[in-house]
Design a binder for this molecule. Structure first.
Ligand code: KG4
Ligand code: ZN
Length: 367
């Protein structure tokens, strides 16, 4: 079966739309390009997936002067841009076969913009519509590949580490829709703490990628920041104490005047090392406990090269495969929403646009 799916994403500060092409294999005509996701019914195969167009309009310029996302400003910018990104994604294609939109979690007024646009299009075009959990989009984003459209899938079950500006969660994945929460942050999310430390260092907002760049030139062993909860018996995280440690370190040792380049590089590298050690340590421990074959990475922080490298090396030592999205699909985008929409469509028979409501606190996993 051949489908074009329009994805729409507006949960935070990126207005995004994408067109995804999915060719799913017929049961008997099994395509050589498709791999079975073990743990799923044998008939569920990973289709050929191609990102035709991925449009992301970032609101960074609007929010950076406030040092964080201002919900009201975000919603207004989404309203101004939503039609534009959809128009660009659709291009000369007449209409898609399915519309998938982020239903939650996120900022409620921001989510509502995408949801209302999707509902209107679904009504006018008479095209089925499905609401998607943003985190489920991040979870499967490693499957998207612009070049080949196909990936070799290692087997489920897997442990997924979703690390973004709003979430840090460890999830046991037994199949599509079969998710169990095994750990989460008790306070700040990993991306949030990257952003806050970047702000302390005067590196602007959002700061994750800037810290990562500075860290490349710094000495990660220079400052021994704490590794919060690294030895706790559960799989939860806590990053606010680390943030406070960086704050006190800066208060105690900050040179007079403007911060020097070397100083910033060393703080960035030492701080990043601390976050990476905790994330990698806990994820590997979870993967070993649940005896999974793969670790899945997703969310904006999964663009962090140090995190990918450390996790891949440690995972390989334990005989575990590490799957991460391509960098351009690690942050918020609508291709991942289209893909999660496709997967969910396989599971539900009726998709009625009237029933779709944005939910700021939408939950992906059972506890
Ligand atoms: O998934 P995402 O785009 O949006 C949310 O759903 O929150 O994640 C954004 C977060 C921001 O906190 C940003 O600083 C962080 O991802 N981030 C990074 C890197 N690139 C983006 N954090 C660490 N290293 C990076 N290279
Ligand atoms: Zn996200």
């Amino acid at each position: 079966m051949y489908m074009k799916i329009l994805g729409i994403e507006s949960s935070c500060d990126e207005t995004a739309a994408a067109l995804l092409e999915v060719i799913s294999p017929k049961r008997k005509l099994h395509a050589k390009n498709c791999k079975v996701l073990a743990g799923e019914s044998v008939n569920f195969k990973i289709p050929s997936i191609k990102v035709l167009i991925n449009v992301v309009l970032s609101q960074t310029e609007i929010h950076k002067k406030y040092g964080g996302v201002v919900p009201e400003a975000a919603a207004r910018a989404h309203l101004e841009n939503i039609n534009l990104v959809i128009e660009k994604a659709i291009g000369s294609n007449f209409k898609p076969d399915l519309i998938a939109v982020t239903k939650g979690p996120g900022l409620i007024t921001a989510l509502q913009v995408g949801v209302q646009a999707a509902k209107t299009l679904s009504y006018v075009w008479r095209v089925p519509l499905i609401g998607v959990n943003h985190l489920e989009g991040h979870l499967w984003s490693f499957l998207l590949n612009k070049e080949s459209g196909f990936k070799n899938i290692k087997y489920l079950p897997a442990v997924a580490l979703i690390v973004s500006g709003g979430h840090t969660e460890l999830i046991l994945v037994n199949g599509i829709g079969k998710y169990k929460l095994i750990g989460r942050t008790l306070d700040d999310a990993a991306g949030e703490v990257f952003d806050k430390v970047a702000k302390m260092l005067g590196l602007g907002y959002p700061g994750g990628h800037v810290i990562a760049m500075r860290a490349e030139k710094g000495n990660s062993a220079k400052i021994n920041f704490p590794r919060p909860m690294i030895n706790s018996s559960d799989f939860n995280f806590s990053f606010s104490g680390l943030k406070t440690s960086v704050k006190y370190y800066l208060m105690d040792t900050k040179p007079a005047g403007k911060l020097g380049k070397l100083f910033i590089n060393d703080v960035s590298a030492s701080f990043q090392q601390s976050v990476v050690d905790v994330l990698v340590g806990k994820t590997i421990k979870a993967a070993e406990k649940y005896k999974v074959g793969s670790i899945i990475l997703g969310g904006g922080v999964s663009a962090n090269e140090k995190l990918i490298q450390s996790l891949t090396i440690k995972a390989q030592n334990s005989g575990i495969n590490c799957l991460a999205p391509e960098k351009w699909l690690a942050g918020d985008n609508a291709s991942m929403i289209a893909l999660a929409g496709y997967f969910n469509k396989q599971k539900s028979s009726r998709i009625v646009y009237r029933k779709l409501v944005a939910d700021a606190n939408l939950i992906l996993t059972k506890n």
